[in-house]
Design a protein around this ligand. Structure first.
Ligand SMILES: [Zn+2]
Length: 124
């Protein structure tokens, strides 16, 4: 199978290697790391508020339950009190990363969640 279009000088498509091989390797390596940090290969990601007062961080969604769930309940405008989903607590899994930008954090969360395998029972 040849993936290179004849006559192009695009460095990413030189040779018979699919363009996304590097991405596939990085995705697989990250999945192995995440098994150890989060307990699953493909966690759902969320925007978090780390040291700043702004939603500029990203982290896997915290799935702590019962006595292991340390999240505060905070007032949500128009909804009373609700679990603080953007806070980072001792129960929250790593990696937690600061991006320095709300837009960057939101973008990375969308990218990571869009890259999750489709639920089909035996997804990669
Ligand atoms: Zn947590």
């Amino acid at each position: 199978m040849r993936t290179v279009r004849e006559g192009t000088d695009n460095a990413q498509s030189i040779g018979a290697v699919p363009v996304n091989e590097t991405l596939a390797k990085a995705r697989a390596a990250a999945a192995e790391m995440l098994v150890h940090l989060v307990g699953e290969r493909h966690p759902l990601w969320r925007v978090v508020i780390t040291d700043s007062e702004s939603p500029t961080g990203i982290a896997p969604v915290c799935t702590a339950h019962d006595e292991f769930d340390l999240h505060d309940e905070i007032p949500i405008e128009g909804h009373g009190l609700a679990r603080d989903e953007q806070g980072v607590y001792d129960c929250c899994p790593d990696p937690q990363m600061e991006t320095g930008s709300p837009l960057t954090a939101a973008y990375l969360v969308e990218l990571l969640n869009a890259d999750l395998p489709v639920e089909s029972g035996d997804a990669a």
